[in-house]
Design a protein around this ligand. Structure first.
Ligand code: URA
Length: 258
């Protein structure tokens, strides 16, 4: 490849970052203009005409039904992880590097439901390992709990297991499609209480949005006591909200110790 002078290379890189190319996915660039015109399309092993034609409503209903069948067939967390790995109907999977299933200690009294993996989580394959994860760990350490604390453990998952491209908001049909897996995940992990972190988790489990109103008010989700809380990413941007988050953590601790 022709070498490029340092400042030109830097300007080119900055331009790419501005365009949204903020990740390196391969060591060498691919000149797509030099590729043959017609790349053979891989044959679909099990074509599903109903997923490529017809109204959107039908498509998502079928995908949801398939997700339900796959999720409800899993009788352990390992089987659920495998069923999710094998689920091909959610397009997010194709843009993600890793599926993010869970972290922490399964069977913990507290199960945290986040939103979706970000860049760091996608790279590492675990939930909450970036900046919001650092804050989340500090928040729970402040009430004596943690994902590696065998005496007072927490268990963490997300509403969606794959990173939405460029961290865009999840689409309602993506949430609906993956919800059967989330419900099964909660049933198999069987926590005492749920912490529903952020708007998208509230949307999935409570069919409500407006986390700043919902936070701190105990409710029921899938027959479990559930506490909506502001997402750590929100707290990083709105430090004034940390006072309420502390009140929520104390309320959570009291419910767990009861
Ligand atoms: N935000 C989330 O909701 N989940 C993660 O795993 C990371 C960031």
């Amino acid at each position: 490849m022709e070498s490029v002078e340092f400042h030109t290379a830097r300007a080119l890189l900055e331009w790419q970052i501005e365009l949204g190319a903020d990740e390196c996915i391969s060591d060498m660039p691919v000149d797509r203009y030099a590729l043959p015109d017609k790349l053979a399309k891989p044959k679909q092993a099990n074509p599903k005409p109903h997923l490529t034609r017809g109204p959107v409503k039908m498509e998502s209903r079928d995908a949801v039904a398939e997700a339900e069948a796959a999720a409800n067939g899993a009788d352990s967390l390992e089987a659920l992880r495998a069923a999710m790995e094998a689920f091909e109907l959610c397009d997010l999977k194709r843009g993600a590097r890793n599926m993010v299933f869970s972290d922490g200690i399964a069977g913990a009294p507290v199960m945290i439901i986040g939103e979706a993996p970000g860049r760091d989580e996608d790279r590492i394959g675990k939930p909450f390992v970036g900046a919001s994860g650092v804050l989340l760990d500090k928040m729970f350490a402040a009430i004596g709990m943690g994902r590696t604390n065998a005496d007072a453990p927490i268990y963490i998952t997300n509403t969606l297991p794959w990173r939405p491209p460029h961290n865009r908001d999840p689409k309602p049909e993506e949430i609906a499609m993956m919800k059967p897996f989330l419900l099964r995940h909660i049933a198999l992990a069987d926590p005492k209480v749920l912490v529903i972190m952020g708007n998208w988790a509230c949307q999935a489990l409570l069919a409500k949005r407006g986390i700043t109103r919902l936070r701190g008010h105990w409710t029921q989700a899938v027959d479990k006591p559930a506490l909506p809380m502001c997402h750590p990413a929100y707290l990083l941007r709105n430090t004034d909200a940390k006072r309420d988050a502390w009140a929520d953590l104390l309320s959570l601790k009291a419910a767990v110790d009861k």
